[in-house]
Design a protein around this ligand. Structure first.
Ligand SMILES: NC(=O)c1ccc[n+]([C@@H]2O[C@H](COP(=O)([O-])OP(=O)(O)OC[C@H]3O[C@@H](n4cnc5c(N)ncnc54)[C@H](O)[C@@H]3O)[C@@H](O)[C@H]2O)c1
Length: 360
């Protein structure tokens, strides 16, 4: 399957490794920054490969079957739509878009053109998360009462100064939209997807040089009567502390922890179908960074979805649901009242000026 990558920054090594591990025919690569592109070509020994600084030319010349979009978030939608119109299947880095209208259009046009859209929420493929999902699917929790997702990470001036788009409303959003959207996805997915309402608070406490929030807290009421707590921040001193997901049900208590929900740390079920000690030992991974090992199985699944004409495990709709939850927190925080779901339209640009101007 002919494959192309657009955007050769920080997350691109995970895509390159996943494409290689899945035996894709890596025909072409694109970045407007030649240094970033050639750096990845050298590091991953991609030569011979066709290089482009204009993705439109790449689409025209190469006609790839599968494209990964790894540019800044605010460009995902426009690039994805052009790829879809050119007949390409797309893996879009998270968040799939920064507005619900754009996410809807990506999903609609993907269906119209008969191509697959996958949102890169790779943590769904963590061993720990797969094990928990299996317990949810087998209804081992009984009634789910509530779930919590905490992302307590550290991002400093150096991180934001490396790419100007980070922390802007137009291209990114803040801690919730960028760093925490993976865990928001997991929480929503585990709790049955359907949300009644969200109450949120957001603030910019420690990063005056970004436009958006560095702390977001939300209460969620799911349609099935369960509750959720979402907490995400980049304010933790002095380094990444944890990313946790807890699920509490009538007959089960589970915690996934580690720096990126990569370990099962609590496993208690009344059915005693498995040995908690064994589960805790077996379902732990030690990835070299917080991005984990999930991109490779995400690619494997997407390739199968294309070959077998079925939905990818993390579809465009899943990407939209995660985006909607974060936008609901933003809206509730800005308006000071609960927000009912589903939401029709909301855009990070609705929140421009919320915390005042950037102070460099
Ligand atoms: N899945 C994950 O765990 C994960 C982790 C980090 C980042 N991300 C997401 O990946 C995306 C990229 O993040 P990053 O940290 O790698 O950013 P980055 O700034 O390091 O890289 C972005 C790259 O895209 C290139 N680019 C911009 N416009 C382009 C265009 N029109 N054509 C071709 N290339 C273009 C830039 O020059 C740059 O090299 C973001 O949406 C981010 O949210 C996902």
């Amino acid at each position: 399957m002919n494959y192309a990558l657009i955007g050769c920054g920080r997350i691109s090594p995970n895509h390159i490794a996943a494409a290689k591990a899945n035996g894709l025919n890596f025909t072409s690569i694109c970045d407007i920054n030649m240094h970033n592109m050639h750096d990845k070509i050298l590091k991953f020994e991609l030569d011979p490969i066709h290089t482009y600084t204009d993705y439109r030319r790449l689409l025209e010349k190469e006609k790839p079957e599968l494209v990964a979009i790894c540019t800044e978030s605010g460009k995902h939608a426009s690039i994805a739509l052009e790829c879809i119109d050119a007949g390409c299947n797309v893996i879009i880095e998270k968040p799939i878009a920064l507005s619900l209208a754009d996410a809807d259009e990506i999903i609609r046009r993907g269906r119209e053109k008969g191509v697959k859209v996958c949102a890169s929420h790779q943590n769904r493929f963590n061993k720990s998360i797969q094990k928990i999902r299996d317990a949810v699917d087998k209804e081992r929790f009984g009634r789910l009462f509530y779930g919590t997702a905490h992302i307590r990470w550290c991002r400093d001036w150096e991180y934001y100064s490396r790419a100007e788009w980070r922390g802007t409303w137009e291209q990114d959003g803040g801690a919730l939209m960028n760093q925490c959207i993976h865990n928001a996805d997991l929480l929503r997915w585990m709790m049955g997807d359907e949300i009644e309402e969200v109450v949120g608070m957001t603030d910019r406490l420690n990063h005056p040089y970004i436009e958006a929030e560095d702390l977001g807290i939300a209460l969620i009421r799911f349609k099935n009567g369960a509750y959720g707590i979402l907490e995400g921040t980049t304010d933790i001193y002095p380094k990444n502390l944890e990313e946790t997901l807890y699920l509490f049900g009538e007959k089960g208590t589970v915690k996934a922890g580690g720096t990126s929900v990569n370990k099962i740390e609590e496993w208690k079920f009344s059915d005693q179908l498995d040995d908690p000690e064994m589960v805790i030992r077996q379902f732990a991974e030690n990835p070299p960074n917080i991005y984990g090992f999930g991109h490779t199985p995400l690619y494997t699944d997407m390739i199968q979805a294309i070959e077998n004409d079925c939905e990818p495990y993390v579809s465009g709709e899943a990407g939209r649901r995660a985006l909607e939850l974060i936008l609901a927190v933003y809206k509730s925080a800005a308006e000071g009242k609960p927000v009912k779901l589903p939401m029709k339209e909301c855009d990070t640009m609705d929140f421009v000026g919320r915390f005042g101007k950037k102070i460099m």
